[in-house]
Design a binder for this molecule. Structure first.
Ligand code: FE
Ligand code: FE
Length: 264
């Protein structure tokens, strides 16, 4: 632990038991009680036509300026700082330009908060709905309050899915990952889209739960997410990146890979 700079060593990130900000357990209590299959299908029908707003990447960051993520035990900085820290860590490691841009954009789906969604429907770890909740999801006891956990079909091992159906065919708890995946799907390469779509699926990419739903391509998808994860997690630092200095580089990168205006 480098106490002087305020940075934490790797073992202390995502330490929910010891260092969680006070709001984190309350966040997951509500998230786990309310993320049902029905809720997820409703949000997909509402948002995935992508007719809520048209805006560019920088407009989205400006809109997110004041959002602090209640589910994150490690970070109380604005989203743009976390975005730049992640992207800069990837750039320093020599990642390909689309993956550096993915580092910058990976949490931009949190604009859902600006559209009126509560944080429990935007941020936090994601997990499959429509089948049994794994006890390897963070705070599993909070699923006792989820109506799907009392539905015999939705609480069975496979639920509404077939064995090996593939993660791309599974409905995940609604939030910024799935939403941004759909926004960027026409524009980024598959490995970047996998990172965006599954980066909060810790029960899968870290704990190995839900292997019975994976198809043969999912091992590679989750390996890509795992490779990205340290840049997301361990780049978190209270030192604020110099946005003004970095902005021209990232503007050029975004211009190269994305249209000036995106459908949200
Ligand atoms: Fe995220
Ligand atoms: Fe992140």
């Amino acid at each position: 632990m480098q106490a002087s700079s305020g940075r934490k060593d790797e073992s202390s990130f995502r330490d929910y038991a010891a260092e969680a900000r006070g709001c984190v357990p309350e966040f997951y209590r509500e998230n786990h009680a309310r993320q049902t299959l029905e809720f997820v299908l409703e949000k997909k029908a509402q948002y995935l036509p992508l007719r809520t707003r048209r805006m560019g990447v920088w407009e989205a960051f400006e809109a997110l300026a004041d959002l602090v993520d209640d589910s994150d035990p490690d970070l109380e900085l604005p989203q743009i700082d976390h975005a730049l820290q992640t992207a800069e860590a990837l750039r320093a490691a020599g990642a390909a330009p689309p993956m550096v841009l993915t580092g910058l954009l990976h949490d931009l789906g949190k604009v859902l908060c600006l559209f009126g969604e509560p944080q429990w429907a935007v941020v936090g770890d994601t997990f499959p709905v429509g089948c049994a909740f794994s006890d390897r999801i963070v705070y599993p006891r909070f699923f006792d309050a989820n109506p799907d956990a009392r539905d015999p079909r939705l609480s069975s091992r496979l639920g509404i899915y077939a064995e090996g159906c593939g993660l791309e065919n599974v409905h995940f708890s609604w939030g910024h990952d799935e939403y941004l995946y759909h926004v960027l799907r026409p524009h980024l390469p598959p490995d970047c889209l996998d990172v965006i779509r599954f980066h909060s699926f810790y029960a899968g990419h870290r704990e190995g739960a839900y292997a019975h739903l994976e198809d043969p391509r999912d091992a590679a998808r989750l390996a890509t997410v795992r490779a990205f994860n340290p840049y997301d997690l361990y780049s978190k630092s209270p030192e604020r990146p110099d946005f003004a200095k970095l902005r021209p580089f990232y503007e050029a990168l975004a211009r190269e890979l994305l249209p000036p205006v995106l459908q949200w």
